[in-house]
Design a protein around this ligand. Structure first.
Ligand SMILES: Nc1ncnc2c1ncn2[C@@H]1O[C@H](COP(=O)(O)OP(=O)(O)OP(=O)(O)O)[C@@H](O)[C@H]1O
Ligand SMILES: [Mg+2]
Length: 370
């Protein structure tokens, strides 16, 4: 029994890796992770498997692939490492963990009561000391014990998943490095073209003699040219394309609402307003930062999320009271959101207003999108 299982696992892994190789950089999309879960179920006889990876943007572990699980069930799964001891053990000891009975001690309270799950396994997805995620798998709830060969196959598949995930992460890090370079280039270009022109103009305007008609005309031309250079430079996309996870704003609202259990969230979604698909990722990232901040920098008695239309623009607004003065942060979150928005022709405003703190995303929407 043991030998065939191992050969199977090896075949499967080679096959999966060959596919990964064929896919362009930044692969490891849901398709790949789904196939990996299917492979795991086939090789070690599991009925259900779900692969979760840490998503930096949302600071949450989110499902990226599965086999044999209900879609709604999977969509709703989220969590942090702190509240999931089974994953802590799997990752810190780099081994497949199986627990039988008393699931409440091992997984977040909200999942401990899944009907009839006797035995659950957790496979680490880690490589080079980086903890990337875990794979949960079971045999439809029944109790069982893993053999060494099964453990080994699962562990190896976990490494395969980690390899794919690292490729994706490395690609996004290269993306960030490119982005930084783009910003440096922009600063230089603005300096060399725009600032130099304006400097010339200021010299002429500041001279003590009256302006000749010709000099006045030249100043006006230079100003026009400077403005054009500035517009061109700023028109370039500066923010990285946001990772489109296929999630939706209202799905994220629910998920984040459960994550920040202590935030008294109220939702006011104007009737008939839909989120234009192209701004979904932006809206979600602004929402995530606003709620993260409300949790971190305030002790609110209310957090109101409003989604609506104002003068043809899509508006997402998050307001909270109870701002605290004793918190510290790096002060980057909202600025980054503002840059990301600018790159898409949108605006993020934020700041205190009366006794409240407000974050507002305003996106002009084309009429045809109505
Ligand atoms: N919901 C809020 N309630 C009260 N104060 C807030 C709120 N959101 C932001 N602030 C204030 O604005 C500052 C800037 O927020 P921002 O999200 O840009 O950075 P940060 O949260 O401090 O750090 P980072 O997001 O980079 O981890 C915060 O440090 C805090 O003082
Ligand atoms: Mg923040």
């Amino acid at each position: 029994m043991a030998v065939p299982a191992r050969t199977d696992a090896l075949d499967v892994i080679v096959e999966l890796l060959a596919e990964l190789d064929r896919q362009p950089a930044g692969s490891g999309g849901p398709g790949f992770y789904d196939r990996l879960c299917t492979a795991l179920c086939t090789v070690v006889n599991m009925e259900r498997a779900g692969l979760l990876l840490y998503d930096e943007a949302r600071q949450l572990v989110v499902p990226v692939g599965s086999h044999g699980m209900d879609a709604p069930l999977l969509r709703d799964i989220y969590g942090t490492l702190e509240e999931t001891p089974i994953a802590q053990v799997a990752l810190s000891e780099d081994r497949v963990v199986e627990v039988s009975g008393g699931l409440g001690r091992w997984v977040p309270e909200r999942y401990a009561h899944f009907p009839g799950v006797e035995t659950l396994t957790c496979t680490p997805v880690s490589a080079g000391g980086r903890w990337l995620g875990v794979i949960f798998a079971d045999r439809g709830g029944a109790q069982f014990e893993l053999t060494d060969a099964e453990r080994h196959a699962m562990w190896t598949l976990g490494k395969t998943a980690a390899l794919a995930a690292s490729v994706r992460i490395a690609t996004s890090q290269q993306g960030r490095a490119r982005l930084l370079q783009a910003r440096i280039d922009l600063a230089r270009e603005i300096h060399e073209r725009v600032v130099q022109r304006l400097f010339g103009v200021s010299l002429v305007l500041g001279s003590e003699h009256g302006l000749s008609e010709e000099a006045r005309k030249r100043c006006a031309d230079e100003m026009q040219a400077a403005l054009k250079d500035l517009r061109d430079a700023l028109g370039r996309p500066l923010a990285p394309p946001t990772l489109d996870t296929g999630a939706t704003l209202d799905g994220e609202l629910e998920r984040l609402g459960r994550h920040y259990k202590d935030l008294p969230l109220e939702l006011d979604w104007e009737r008939g307003v839909v989120v234009p698909p192209e701004i979904e990722p932006l809206a979600q990232s602004v929402l995530a930062e606003a709620l993260r901040n409300a949790d971190k920098h305030a002790r609110p008695s209310s957090v109101r999320v409003r989604v609506g239309r104002v003068d043809g623009a899509f508006v997402l607004e998050v307001r909270n009271d109870g701002a605290r003065s004793d918190t510290r942060g790096t002060g980057m979150g909202l600025r980054l959101a503002a840059v990301e928005a600018l790159g898409r022709g949108a605006l993020v405003e934020f700041g205190p207003e009366g006794s409240e703190w407000r974050v507002r995303l305003v996106v002009p929407v084309e009429e045809e999108d109505e």
